[in-house]
Design a protein around this ligand. Structure first.
Ligand code: GAL
Length: 422
């Protein structure tokens, strides 16, 4: 009896060592770069490319097929079918290939009748579809609310949340560790309809505004309301989209960054605001912009879901997306989302506390010309007279000890990231 008690005590003592903190999911998604032009052949090549570029070693785990993988209609039993032309060997065969390359497969569906690109969704068939995903060996599901396509812009908050709860429960039954990526963008809280992020969509929607809404025209959301809009998400998912779609444009990336302010209170282990998938390596983003975008998403403790073509990755892009020290800041087990501590127009400073007591500091220059930034410890919330060792993350250089401030030159549309330690 005594022996048994002892072994239970030992078990409890060692358990925390093995208990893994849930840090932001890392992977790749097909949408940003390929939209509907996806196929089994492409996803296999992506998996091969990801292996060739050693992305699993950098921490990336999931390869996610977004919308447009499905056949246009459900099967006879209401089941989801892959498009037979695009995915002739079915999803389990693809799971096998992806796994042989060191990754897990992710997939996409919607809590509506039709997905955003007009394929069948999972509404009313949550249990069946969740079981299909689990039987196929899928480890990540992006669940995307598509109100416009389904004319459900006015669905009540409780009904939207209930759809996510129901699917999450079904998913978890098959696999408690599955990543449920909520993509709802705050519709349940009204954010997507009235936030300035969606001005264009708001105008598109004007025709469909209810009488009540016509009387009370759209307005900006307060931070408190933004937080409230997403307050249910962590109960049913590991991550939740907090903006409309990203694009490979500097202004859009900055706009999405701005929308994250205030949401840090929702972020913690196993619960992440998702400012959308990365555009690093896409479009005409410059090397500076790619670096800044990646650094800011790391600072935000955002899921790092790559969105570029992994078959052929230019060296300067590969260097960014596999940057060990930057990824370590993102994956820090404290899971604190960075907050903006200084905003002087073009220059912004963000800080993110880390689990060993260090502080990550990101100095962002949003402007069109280089700036000389004076990074004062007092702005970072550090006491006067404090000495800190400073490491420049991107330069890979230790600068030694600094007291009260450090001067940094930051190029246009670029960042300097420091790690401050004792
Ligand atoms: C959007 C979503 C995108 C992508 C697309 C597919 O609603 O925000 O990330 O999934 O649907 O149709």
């Amino acid at each position: 009896m005594k022996k048994k008690a002892l072994s239970i005590a030992v078990l409890f003592a060692v358990l925390p060592v093995f208990a893994q903190t849930k840090t932001p999911p890392m992977g790749w998604n097909s949408w940003n770069r390929f939209h509907g032009n996806i196929s089994e052949a492409l996803i296999k090549e992506i998996a091969d490319g990801a292996k060739k570029h050693k992305l699993a070693e950098a921490g990336y785990k999931y390869l996610v097929i977004d919308d447009c993988w499905q056949a246009k209609e459900l099967g006879g039993k209401g089941e989801l079918l892959p498009d037979p032309k695009k995915f002739p060997n079915g999803i389990p065969a693809l799971v096998k290939h992806v796994r042989s390359r060191g990754f897990e497969l992710g997939i996409y569906s919607s809590p509506n009748k039709r997905t955003c690109a007009d394929y069948p969704g999972s509404l009313g068939r949550e249990v069946l579809h969740a079981r299909q995903f689990s039987d196929w060996g899928v480890k990540y599901v992006k669940y995307d609310y598509c109100p416009t396509r389904n004319k459900e812009q006015h669905l009540e908050r409780e009904k939207i949340i209930e759809r996510y709860r129901c699917f999450n429960e079904a998913l978890k039954r098959g696999n408690p560790d599955i990543v449920h990526a909520i993509c709802e963008k705050g519709w349940a809280g009204g954010v997507s309809r009235y936030h300035p992020d969606n001005k264009k969509r708001m105008w598109d929607l004007k025709k469909s505004l209810s009488k009540e809404e016509k009387k009370n025209p759209p307005r900006l959301f307060s931070k408190k309301e933004m937080v409230e809009a997403f307050s249910w998400s962590a109960d049913y998912g590991v991550m939740w989209r907090t903006s409309g779609d990203i694009s490979a444009k500097w202004d859009r990336i900055m706009h999405i960054l701005d929308m994250q302010e205030g949401l840090e209170v929702l972020c913690g282990p196993g619960a992440f605001n998702d400012p959308d998938m990365l555009e690093v390596g896409n479009g005409k983003l410059t090397a500076s912009e790619n670096r800044a975008h990646f650094s800011l998403w790391c600072m935000l403790t955002a899921p790092l879901i790559l969105g570029s073509d992994l078959r052929d990755i230019p060296d300067e892009v590969l260097e960014i997306i596999t940057h060990k020290e930057m990824i370590a800041i993102n994956q820090d087990r404290l899971c604190k989302q960075a907050v903006k501590v200084l905003d002087t127009g073009d220059l912004e400073i963000f800080t993110k506390p880390l689990s060993n007591g260090d502080l990550a500091v990101c100095v962002l220059n949003r402007g069109e010309s280089a700036v000389e930034a004076d990074v004062k410890w007092s702005d970072l919330g550090l006491e006067k007279g404090t000495e800190k060792r400073v490491r420049d993350i991107w330069a890979g250089k230790d600068f030694g000890k600094y007291k009260d401030r450090i001067k940094s030159s930051v190029a246009s549309h670029d960042v300097v990231v420091y790690r401050l330690s004792l």
